[in-house]
Design a protein around this ligand. Structure first.
Ligand SMILES: [Zn+2]
Length: 433
């Protein structure tokens, strides 16, 4: 599979590592509240890529971290009057449950920052020893000027970045561009860990460098996450890991943001819908269809209208499957594999499925299953009394009593079922399912 690399702008092939597996690292949520629909996108994109590669027989190790040490967690826990680690624990569970409802399975490893402290501390020690980081007042900072390639991912140079850089009160940076690897414990922070620099906690960026390396090694195929993480988060991950001599990710793939009325959805803007509420309101199939209709790298508007369209697309797909008839289609399958291999083009795959030729029903159902939409291929069995009404209608038609047949059809529809006549008799489908 080739993905468009954010750094080079080119399509780049994902190569398996020495273990034969494609190593994928995606930045997961910071667990200070229930995740919103925008947070769900990188999870969905990464799981669908994993499912597709595995369907093709390519083994994958997908690592998706949980950031359970972060300023946002301290800030959110204080007004709730609960310990920050309790809030992080509860929100981690909620994240597993909310995304679990999507039915896509789990990443292979979901590491917690709080369980990766040894690796984080030793990576920081290496950076200090190599002159890329320094301790000051119990904090440790990465010296950005010691890494000349800084800015290669976000296509900025350090001098441009300097304009927006500041030294916050209480920081001990030598250069405003430098960023924190380790933060000394503060009075209002109720968790801390021991380190060679005293009690404190890791910065956000170093957590991901350490977790990626622990589970994927020093070099791996692809690092993903939301486009809003390119700078500074991913730029800083590259600086830390490359400066420490690790090749790190070969390809950087970023998903576009979910937008509400053209603005990025975020907790700080207050324009969010929690994932669990979206799934209650729209159901899993409609939500996944909504995401699949857009290319993963593009921003997409999260609106009532877009979700209604996705719901209608689910209905069209169900009908397509009902009409398609059993059978497989090697050409269709090949075209679909080609579209996903080419920067994971799900809108193209949906178009191919909607246009599936007759006799390709099994291929359509198989691909829907890979994309998490297997539910669209499953028909609910009609209750016995509805089947009985349909039988009586069939008899009435055979007797030429069309008035009775129409009346019985109305009763079937009134019970919430749709009746279709086929060469092999009637079929019953749940209406609007
Ligand atoms: Zn990260």
């Amino acid at each position: 599979m080739r993905l468009r690399d954010s750094r080079s702008g080119e399509l780049q092939e994902l190569h398996p590592g020495a273990d034969g597996k494609i190593g994928m690292y995606f930045c997961g949520p910071t667990v200070y509240g229930r995740i919103h629909v925008g947070n769900a996108r990188p999870y969905v994109v990464s799981m669908l890529m994993k499912r597709f590669l595995e369907w093709r027989g390519q083994a994958v190790t997908l690592v998706e971290n949980v950031t359970d040490i972060n300023d946002k967690i301290y800030i959110a826990a204080r007004p709730l009057g609960i310990p920050s680690d309790r809030l992080a624990g509860e929100m981690t569970q909620a994240y597993f449950e909310d995304t679990g409802r999507l039915g896509l399975g789990r990443p292979d490893v979901e590491p917690l920052a709080s369980e990766t402290l040894a690796e984080i501390v030793s990576l920081i020690e290496e950076l200090i020893a190599d002159g890329h980081a320094y301790e000051a007042g119990g904090d440790v900072y990465f010296a950005v000027r010691s890494f000349p390639a800084y800015g290669s991912l976000s296509h900025q140079n350090p001098n441009q970045l300097l304009e927006g850089a500041r030294v916050e009160p209480g920081e001990h940076k030598r250069d405003p561009l430098d960023f924190t690897l380790w933060k000394a414990n503060k009075e209002d922070e109720d968790t801390c860990w021991s380190s060679p620099w005293g009690k404190g906690r890791p910065g956000w960026h170093i957590e991901c460098s350490a977790m990626a390396e622990r589970y994927l090694g020093r070099e791996f195929a692809v690092h993903g996450g939301g486009r809003d993480l390119i700078f500074p988060h991913h730029e800083n991950e590259i600086a830390q890991s490359n400066a420490a001599g690790r090749p790190f990710a070969q390809v950087w793939a970023h998903n576009g943001m979910l937008q509400l009325s053209g603005e990025k959805m975020s907790k700080s803007l207050g324009n969010i819908q929690p994932l669990h509420e979206a799934l209650d309101e729209w159901g899993v199939d409609t939500f996944l269809m909504f995401l699949l209709r857009a290319h993963y790298s593009k921003p997409v508007d999260y609106s009532e209208d877009a979700l209604e369209q996705a719901r209608a697309a689910c209905e069209t797909m169900r009908n397509r499957l009902r009409e398609a008839g059993d059978g497989t289609d090697a050409g269709l399958r090949e075209a679909i594999v080609g579209a996903l291999d080419d920067d994971f083009n799900t809108p193209k795959v949906l178009a191919l499925l909607f246009d599936a030729p007759a006799g390709a029903g099994d291929t359509v159902a198989e691909v829907l299953g890979v994309l998490g939409l297997g539910g669209l291929a499953q028909e609910e069995e009609a209750p016995a009394e509805v089947v009985e009404l349909a039988r009586r209608r069939q008899d009435a038609r055979a007797d030429g009593d069309y008035a009775l047949a129409d009346e019985l059809r109305d009763q079937v529809v009134g019970a919430g079922w749709e009746l279709r006549d086929t060469a092999n008799g009637f079929r019953l489908y749940r209406r609007g399912a």
